[in-house]
Ligand binder design. Structure first.
Ligand SMILES: [Zn+2]
Length: 102
């Protein structure tokens, strides 16, 4: 995924950002786990935090998650008629919680 000039403008203005928990629903639906507790390591700066503590942008298309420290895009999810698109390209790792024993 290419970072466009439009994305750069968003980096400079984080006032539109929502709490990461605002994005948890979209990522939970895509991943099938409670996304709020996923530990994400940013590929840009190495910062690690739960998804719920990152920065969420819901203006679309889809839901964008950015590192709260350096504003790198660390995750994107978008649902279209063709399916759900998931991009984690700006992150080093995502640690999903253990499956709940039911
Ligand atoms: Zn970062």
């Amino acid at each position: 995924m290419t970072i466009s000039d439009d994305d750069t403008a968003v980096v400079l203005d984080q006032s539109e950002a929502l709490d990461g928990s605002a994005a948890a629903g979209a990522f939970s639906a895509a991943l099938g786990v409670d996304a709020a507790t996923i530990e994400i390591v940013c590929a840009g700066c190495g910062y690690q935090a739960p998804l719920a503590e990152e920065r969420a942008y819901l203006e679309g298309p889809g839901t964008t998650l950015r590192c709260r420290r350096c504003a790198t895009v660390i995750g994107r999810v978008a649902t279209t008629p063709a399916g759900t698109w998931l991009s984690l390209s700006g992150s080093r790792s995502w640690r999903l919680p253990p499956s709940a024993a039911t």
